[in-house]
Design a protein around this ligand. Sequence first.
Ligand SMILES: [Zn+2]
Length: 221
Amino acid sequence: MIWPIPGTRAAHAYLLQQPDGLVAIDAGYVGSDGAILRFMRSRGFRPEDLKWVVVTHHHVDHAGSAARLCAQTGAQLAIHTADAPYLASGRPKELMNLWGAIERLPARLARFLLTVGGPIGWRLEDGDLLHGLRVIHTPGHTPGSICLYSEAESAVFLGDVLNNERGLRRPPWNVNHDHRKAQLAARHLLGLSYERAFFGHGPPIERDASRAITRFVGELA
Ligand SMILES: [Zn+2]
């Protein structure tokens, strides 16, 4: 079972129910943890039913509430190895922290711009399987951007690899760590078959999603 979580800020977050507990896929911008906990309660779950918070990449609109959500539930945080350094002080000085300038802000301000880290339970690699979700490393938007594929649910979670805000699109150059790689990242999904696709931004595709995405990626070639 997959639910889009209502009320998260900036980017969408999703809840996946597995036989052995719940997995959150992304956690929304800073301050979204309350909405996620409220939604869990409304479905009859307890905070401790959440086992993992998997973030598709380190950006604050996707991962900003992740550490706090973990702290409140006991869930563990999972992020790709290549994005893990962006959750710690001394993070790489790149585009998203304006080459280090944001790091010099007071912490109470910086947390609205950069994801505050916490203990990382799993540094993900391509091909890892976490509670039925297969990790597909799709670098470009960030070095450790991932898509997550559930064969059982016939679904893929794309994070910001593609968005569906006004039809399928790739993220614009000014938010990508490596724009050339980001342009090609969705190619890593070719060959997979899935009915549904869930995006960080924009509504899901509920039917025949792999066909729509394969066609989109083919047109880019
Ligand atoms: Zn992003």
